[in-house]
Design a protein around this ligand. Structure first.
Ligand SMILES: [Zn+2]
Length: 321
């Protein structure tokens, strides 16, 4: 509401034209166009406000969420009023670093073609009942591909008019609000806390194999994180803490060439090592396959070579005898 009022004030007072939103209550925003934008994507997707919910969550069509590159996993997301972007977006305001460009609506997609979004959205079931055969098949642990023929999913409607509407559901409710108004993901602050919660949840669910979950966490998050930071560390630049001058390599004098101040690293040892212990703990507590365990151990060896435990000022030839 505040942004809508700001936009109206901008239009009338700054541009000298008529107000656009003219809202008095929050419900006056219903029907207006918004732009959904997920972090690090740069492409905003147009949507329309159809209501509000008292939770820190944005409910929308799976097609819309998928177009934003969100897979409904409770990660960060944002919406903006379209008129706000038309009036106030400019490349002139953006920071010149790549990070500043990543969270800005550089492009806006007005229409989404359902066949162009991610596969996950196509696999959402939109039937109002599951046939008895489905339950029998699930009891016999049959493959999903064997039972999907009897259930309506988004994929089957692609190219037809009802690919956009008439999505059904199996259970009615008079309230789609959740008991929790915030996702734990946004409350837990450290990676360790989030991981601990993920482990305890995985252990509670019979259908989830906690060892497999931890292997995935290692493969998709922790290992790439350590390797990425290791690469960043060894190719890092140096910065002057006083005048801010940056150096691609450490100058031979070892100090700032502008003001003779000491230089500091832009990537620290702590950044590289922060998840190593977590990775080692996971390997000892869970059944992680040998290949993955070896990769972690190799990384640890690599790090111990990079960061000498007892730093000596200068090696002498005697050290190597
Ligand atoms: Zn300096």
């Amino acid at each position: 509401m505040k942004i809508a009022q700001f936009v109206d004030e901008e239009l009338t007072r700054f541009y000298g034209v008529g107000a656009f939103y003219r809202i008095h209550t929050i419900d006056d925003l219903i029907g207006h166009l918004i732009v959904g934008l997920a972090p690090h994507t740069s492409v905003g997707i147009i949507g329309r406000v159809i209501g509000f919910i008292n939770s820190q969550v944005c409910l929308g069509s799976p097609i819309w969420h998928s177009a934003k590159r969100r897979d409904c996993d409770g990660d960060a997301d944002s919406v903006m009023l379209l008129m706000d972007i038309f009036l106030n977006f400019s490349r002139e305001y953006l920071p010149d670093r790549i990070g500043g460009l990543m969270d800005a609506p550089l492009l806006i997609q007005p229409l989404v073609f359902p066949h162009e979004v991610q596969r996950q959205a196509h696999n959402i079931d939109i039937d109002d009942t599951y046939p008895l055969d489905f339950y029998r098949s699930s009891w016999n642990l049959e493959k999903t591909t064997n039972v999907i023929d009897n259930i309506d999913i988004v994929k089957k409607r692609l190219g037809q008019a009802n690919q956009f509407f008439d999505y059904k559901f199996t259970h009615t409710t008079d309230n789609i609000m959740l008991d929790e108004s915030h996702s734990l993901y946004s409350i837990l602050s450290t990676m360790e806390e989030k991981l601990k919660m993920q482990i305890s949840t995985a252990k509670l669910i019979n259908a989830v194999d906690a060892d497999e979950v931890m292997s995935m966490v290692l493969t998709t998050h922790i290992l790439p994180d350590i390797m990425g930071n290791l690469r960043a560390y060894s190719s890092q630049s140096f910065r002057c803490t006083k005048c801010g001058q940056k150096y691609r390599r450490m100058p031979i004098v070892g100090r700032c060439l502008e003001c003779n101040n000491e230089l500091t690293q832009t990537v620290t040892r702590g950044t590289v090592e922060k998840y190593v212990q977590t990775a080692l703990n996971i390997c000892s507590e869970f059944k992680i396959n040998e290949y993955l365990t070896n990769r972690i151990n190799t990384l640890q060896t690599e790090l111990s070579l990079l960061f000498k435990q007892n730093v000596k000022d200068q090696h002498t030839i005697i050290d190597f005898i």
